[in-house]
Design a protein around this ligand. Structure first.
Ligand code: ADP
Length: 287
């Protein structure tokens, strides 16, 4: 498999490439990660079962679209495919270090620049992708409240029901979310989609980077809400973001439905205490 991956990288980049060293990289939630090098060029490769190729294709497309905006650094995708019953994605290798507050301020500013990218008058994306390993539905929709309530909350609640979760009536929760978002008409922004602290890092030069996206055209506030959910980002990040593009005052109210999506997804992926966390969020929406 590795020789074939090296050949595909060489074909795509137009530079000869033969692996002289391969190392396992830990830290991923879903895939196996590796660094591969010929001593000069190094790439980051993630592998999974062959059936997961669509996940990698969507990741490559998301990285490519974000890379093209030239707003915030993402690893440049090289290629993906299936070799020897395994699927893989190869991308630029980045060396990560500790970011200081200047780096995190730049992270905020650059994310705001990504969010300002104009490119769609509807919400959704050209294909479905995944959030963790859960399918994420990106059916093009003109109305944000409909998109978010149906394709984010409704979809996860239907999965949760199949998983045995006991939540209030799905249509009631979807209607409550639509209601909260009814008067809110954000511009469609290119969002990262899965922006928890594990998917944001700084290079050894202090350049901010975002990784492992679940990209689509959505409300920029969904990215900001998620940064507050698991672990949180440094204060400098919010300073930089708000300097570049001030958040709307109503964000605080929308944060709960936006993060409910990720809590429900965590319930669907991992179960456990995420069920009661989701119930509490739903109760506050129905109040
Ligand atoms: P998964 O899809 O399994 O969640 P990630 O894309 O989050 O995997 O990557 C897992 C870890 O690998 C990251 O936390 C990071 O430390 C490292 N990593 C990811 N992308 C790169 C890259 N382009 N260069 C170097 N290391 C990377």
């Amino acid at each position: 498999m590795w020789n074939q991956i090296a050949t595909q990288i060489a074909q795509t980049t137009g530079k000869p490439f033969e692996i002289t060293d391969r190392r396992s990289v830990s830290g991923g939630c879903i895939n196996q990660g590796y660094s591969i090098t010929d001593g000069e060029q190094t790439y980051f490769v993630k592998t999974n079962e062959a059936s997961q190729i669509e996940m990698f294709e969507a990741e490559a497309l998301g990285l490519k679209q974000m890379h093209q905006t030239q707003t915030i650094r993402v690893p440049q995708p090289i290629c993906c495919g299936v070799r020897d019953r395994a699927s893989f994605i190869a991308m630029e290798w980045l060396e990560f270090g500790r970011g200081d507050s200047q780096s995190w301020e730049a992270m905020g500013r650059n994310l705001a620049a990504l969010h300002k990218t104009v490119g769609s008058d509807r919400f959704g994306w050209d294909r479905n992708n995944t959030i963790g390993s859960t399918p994420q539905i990106n059916t093009w929709t003109s109305d944000w409240s409909e998109f978010f309530a149906e394709h984010r909350i409704g979809y996860q609640l239907r999965l949760a029901k199949r998983r045995g979760g006991s939540f209030p009536d799905i249509s009631k929760v979807v209607a409550a979310v639509r209601d909260i978002l009814a008067d809110w008409q954000p511009q469609p922004s290119l969002v990262h989609g899965d922006l928890w602290s594990g998917n944001a890092a700084c290079t050894t030069d202090g350049e901010p980077v975002i990784l492992d996206p679940a990209t689509y055209w959505g409300d920029r506030e969904t990215d900001i809400a998620m940064t507050e959910l698991f672990g949180g980002f440094p204060a400098a990040f919010y300073r930089g973001y708000n300097q570049a593009w001030q958040l709307d005052g109503g964000y605080k109210e929308r944060k709960t439905p936006y993060n409910l999506y990720h809590i429900l997804n965590h319930f669907n992926l991992f179960g456990g205490g995420y069920g009661s966390q989701a119930s509490r969020a739903i109760d506050s929406l129905l109040r």
